[in-house]
Ligand binder design. Structure first.
Ligand SMILES: [Zn+2]
Length: 282
């Protein structure tokens, strides 16, 4: 999808706000209006059918569009609300490692050692509150040639799905502020906590010129054993895969998953890179 603005409503961020920083992504059109308009139209039709006494038709009209809405909220790579990147184009044996939920003194230094040992580069989707607690770790991630990206300020995984535009904006901006205060560039990418979106998220990202990033390989490493998580992840390793890994939460098991995935990449001739922006499939 072309990320360039296509209409007069796609204005550049104004100076003096967090969105006024030099983000590498231009604002893009988002699809919220079209999808939600259809969804609301079906709800209105349902009430009209109820009023006419057509109960079965009303029930069908009321619920028929809900699976679409649910899929776009719950599906990390679903694109009904706007652009989401979940892989990148490459002819090489390359993958993009994305590491969520840090920084954390219990795990980040170990993960950085592992990445260095494999000459691997990664993008760390950090939590803003964690960056404020450990700015030195965030700076160290960048110093070693990795990238920081935005994973919200407080990682409200239980309530992010219900956040309105103002709260979403605060979650995004507070995390960006923490990253910038740690000395890193303003992030270009956002990842929703546990990958659950709200219909209001894309407009907030569009205003800030940020892109939502999902993944193509994940291991549920917070839920499954290390063995099972690694098996699931390596099954998804292929050129252009975006791999979801985890840092933080004082969980050293998460670093063990990173270690075994890096070993697998080395054995199978894959490199871990940060791909160029124009290679992303959105
Ligand atoms: Zn997370």
């Amino acid at each position: 999808m072309d990320l360039r603005p296509t209409d007069a409503t796609a204005k550049a961020p104004s100076a003096g706000t967090p969105a006024g920083r030099a983000y590498p992504f231009p604002p893009y059109p988002y699809r919220l209006t079209k999808g939600l308009t259809v969804w609301l139209a079906f709800k209105a039709c349902a009430f009209a059918l109820f009023a006419m006494g057509n109960i079965l038709g009303g029930v069908l009209a009321f619920f028929v569009w809900d699976p679409w809405l649910l899929w776009n909220i719950l599906g990390p790579a679903s694109r009904g609300f706007g652009p989401v990147a979940s892989r990148f184009r490459t002819k090489e044996r390359e993958v993009w490692l994305t590491i969520d939920d840090g920084p954390d003194p219990a795990t980040t230094p170990r993960i950085l050692e592992l990445l260095d040992a494999h000459s691997a580069k990664a993008t760390f989707f950090v939590i803003g509150d964690q960056v404020n607690r450990h700015p030195e770790l965030a700076a160290e991630i960048v110093r070693r040639g990795h990238q920081l990206a935005n994973h919200s300020a407080s990682h409200p995984c239980g309530s992010f799905w219900s956040a309105g535009p103002a709260r979403l904006g605060r979650e995004i901006d507070r995390c960006t502020d923490a990253i910038v205060q740690a000395g890193a560039p303003a992030p270009a990418f956002f990842r929703a906590p546990v990958g659950i979106k709200t219909p209001f998220l894309h407009p907030q990202l569009a205003k800030r010129g940020m892109l939502l990033l999902a993944w193509s390989a994940r291991g549920y490493d917070s839920l499954l054993s290390t063995d099972l998580a690694v098996r699931r992840i390596v099954a998804g390793i292929e050129p252009g895969a975006i791999v979801l890994l985890h840092d933080g939460r004082n969980d050293i098991g998460r670093a063990a998953v990173v270690e075994r995935v890096l070993d697998h990449l080395a054995r199978t001739g894959f490199r871990a890179v940060i791909p160029p922006r124009d290679s992303l499939c959105v």
